[in-house]
Design a protein around this ligand. Structure first.
Ligand code: PEP
Ligand code: MN
Length: 346
């Protein structure tokens, strides 16, 4: 159910509707819009009688939401959501570029790559410290030490950190260091983790599960939103199909489909989506043409020596080439892209 308020509604009238929702045992979610305020209701198992709200002052309409995801749907909020991270935005006109190694491997590695990326205009530094690996014998990440190296690199360069949170046990430590909390594909169905993320204010980068439908991705986002955290960025990172030539099948259909169904920003990860460095550049450009709000790209100084995902990582020179192509492309899709900035010391 969505309660739509009149354009000239007062704060008191909004509060009364929220109180009514709480009194019925449900949770109100105030959704500010350009035209009007709407209040989403979650926590109900059955139908709610719209008449309960239609008689209240300031209420324009009360409509049932037909989808299994409500708060993240366009039905509830027609305008695109723009998420603020420090002085940067995700989901606005400027394309968001998130880049860095698959894993943080050493202090020197992450400090060096952060400076290279910052000089190319990248504002978001990625790197895994807690790595969910398919094999228990693969490198599992530098853990707490990796978080410290990431923070140092980000503070020195003025960048924001995007790093994965692997489980509920390590959530509080990762949340102390990260600016954006990444939920990996293997965790998209980890509902306890999603619920805990819903209680924080941190932006969450939610990656599509290995075999998840678009609707399941949106329902996973709804788990986070239903607890009160609406700062969610979706990420298409390829799905499992019968195709074996590529690591995953990058489903670019997901971009316009998500744009139609949801107000949340969506970015694309062509590194995991293809699993091959030489496919990353064409698919990154295709993602932007399809309407993605940004990209997540794995970049490594020496991909052959990388401790994880070297085969799909771009060398810095190839990444620079991609950024140059994106600079040419951006105006054709009515987007902008940040230019290299001078050293920012916080
Ligand atoms: C990653 O971003 O390094 C990662 C593990 O991605 P995914 O969860 O999409 O496999
Ligand atoms: Mn990786």
């Amino acid at each position: 159910m969505l309660v739509m308020m009149k354009q000239d509604v007062s704060a008191d009238e909004v509060e009364k509707v929220k109180e009514k929702i709480r009194a019925l045992g449900y949770k109100p979610h105030e959704i500010p819009g350009i035209q009007r305020i709407a209040i989403g209701i979650t926590g109900n198992s059955g139908r709610i009688d719209p008449d309960v709200f239609l008689s209240m002052a300031g209420v324009a309409d009360a409509v049932p939401v037909s989808k299994p995801f409500k708060l993240v749907s366009r039905e509830v909020k027609p305008e695109n959501t723009v998420i603020r991270v420090g002085k940067s935005e995700i989901g606005g006109k400027e394309l968001t570029i998130i880049a860095g190694p698959c894993s943080v491997e050493s202090r020197a590695q992450i400090l060096e790559i952060a400076e290279m990326l910052r000089d190319m205009g990248v504002k978001f530094l990625r790197g895994g410290a807690f790595k969910p690996r398919s094999s228990p014998y693969s490198f599992q990440g530098l853990k707490n030490e990796g978080l410290e190296f990431l923070r140092e690199a980000a503070d020195k360069t003025g960048m924001h950190i995007v790093t994965e949170v692997k489980d509920t046990e390590t959530l509080s430590i990762v949340a102390q260091y990260a600016d954006v909390l990444q939920v990996g594909a293997r965790n998209m169905y980890n509902f306890s983790l999603l619920e805990k993320l819903g209680e924080l204010k941190h932006p969450v980068l939610l990656k599509r599960g290995l075999s998840a439908t678009i609707e399941e991705l949106l329902m996973a986002a709804e788990y986070i939103a239903s607890r009160g955290n609406y700062n969610i960025i979706l990420c298409e990172r390829g799905i499992r199909t019968y195709e074996t030539y590529t690591r995953n099948t990058l489903d670019l259909n997901a971009v316009p489909v998500v744009k139609k169904l949801s107000h949340l920003p969506i970015i694309v990860d062509p590194s995991h989506g293809t699993g091959a460095w030489d496919l990353v550049i064409p698919m990154a450009q295709a993602a932007i043409v399809a309407g993605a709000d940004g990209l997540m790209i794995e970049v490594h100084q020496d991909p052959q020596a990388a401790l994880s995902d070297g085969f799909q990582s771009l060398r810095p020179d190839k990444f620079r080439y991609l950024i140059e192509r994106l600079r040419e492309l951006a105006p054709h899709v009515n987007r902008t892209i940040s230019h290299g900035s001078p050293v920012l010391v916080k």
